[in-house]
Design a protein around this ligand. Structure first.
Ligand SMILES: C[S@@+](CC[C@H](N)C(=O)[O-])C[C@H]1O[C@@H](n2cnc3c(N)ncnc32)[C@H](O)[C@@H]1O
Length: 248
């Protein structure tokens, strides 16, 4: 995989991640950020996003919700999309719209050309490490409404507010605009549905306050690997099944 802005690295579980080639101009002494925890990109995705998503599907069944709108902030290598597709495959009763945001056009092109050709060792390795069937996942992608949008901004509009969000932007150092009070208020108010599950690897006071201000119940989770905490938040009907999310 040959990309202009990223280099590929292997993480602790043998799955690949991408690291930015250039340091952030505001933090020239800091190593450019990578997309995943060095302990394991696949393992991190399964823990931080796949587990809450599975619970979202089982609670949606209990609530008799058959249509879900799903949002992924940061397509990157597509790990989250792949685990979402795998789990939707196992839940044929749910129909879903999936929206992915990715500001780096080369990442969108790389993923979409793999979907068409099915030839790319990096994505094949990702499927293997996630335990996802590439053919099933890509078949599923054809049957649902997948909208791949470019950059997420305060002007972004979507058709259906999200019932499940995987907020997987880089950290504040690299993707500062996505972590401000104003932006989070916009995202949580305008793009998230009244019934919503919000998952992210991040856990900051600013994020917690934004979620609470926007009527989410905040659940602090153990972070992946040696990271201290991660965040899961529930709003609306999902809060009535909070106990099912509590142990993830
Ligand atoms: C941590 S990586 C995502 C990793 C990805 N979820 C995966 O599983 O491989 C963050 C991604 O967010 C993208 N990004 C950052 N700011 C963005 C924005 N405003 N809109 C859309 N994508 C953005 C970056 O280009 C990067 O690909």
């Amino acid at each position: 995989m040959d990309l202009k802005s990223f280099v590929i690295e292997l993480t602790g579980d043998g799955s690949p991640t991408l690291r930015l080639k250039n340091a952030n101009s505001l933090y020239p002494d800091k190593k450019p950020e990578s997309m995943h925890h060095s302990g394991g990109a696949a393992a991190e995705t399964l823990y931080i996003y796949a587990e809450p998503f599975k619970n979202t599907l089982s609670v949606a069944h209990k609530l008799n919700k058959k249509d879900l709108s799903l949002g992924v902030v940061g397509l990157g290598l597509g790990y989250i999309e792949l685990v979402i597709l795998e789990n939707l495959n196992a839940n044929s009763a749910i129909s879903a719209d999936l929206t992915s945001f990715e500001k780096e056009q080369e990442l969108v092109e790389s993923f979409t050309s793999w979907i068409q050709s099915l030839k790319n060792e990096t994505y094949d390795l990702i499927c293997e490490k996630l335990g996802v069937s590439k053919r099933n996942a890509l078949e599923k992608l054809k049957t649902l409404n997948w909208d791949i949008q470019g950059e997420l901004t305060a002007q972004t509009q979507i058709k259906h507010p999200f019932n499940f969000v995987a907020y997987d932007a880089f950290s504040q150092m690299t993707d500062g605009p996505l972590w401000t009070d104003e932006f989070l208020d916009f995202f949580l108010t305008d793009l998230c549905a009244s019934d919503c599950v919000f998952a992210t690897y991040a856990c900051t006071g600013l994020l917690k306050r934004a979620l609470i201000r926007n009527n989410f119940v905040f659940i602090k989770r153990r972070g992946f690997n040696e990271k201290r905490d991660a965040t899961l938040a529930l709003r609306g009907d999902f809060t009535s099944h909070q106990h099912l999310f509590q142990n993830v």
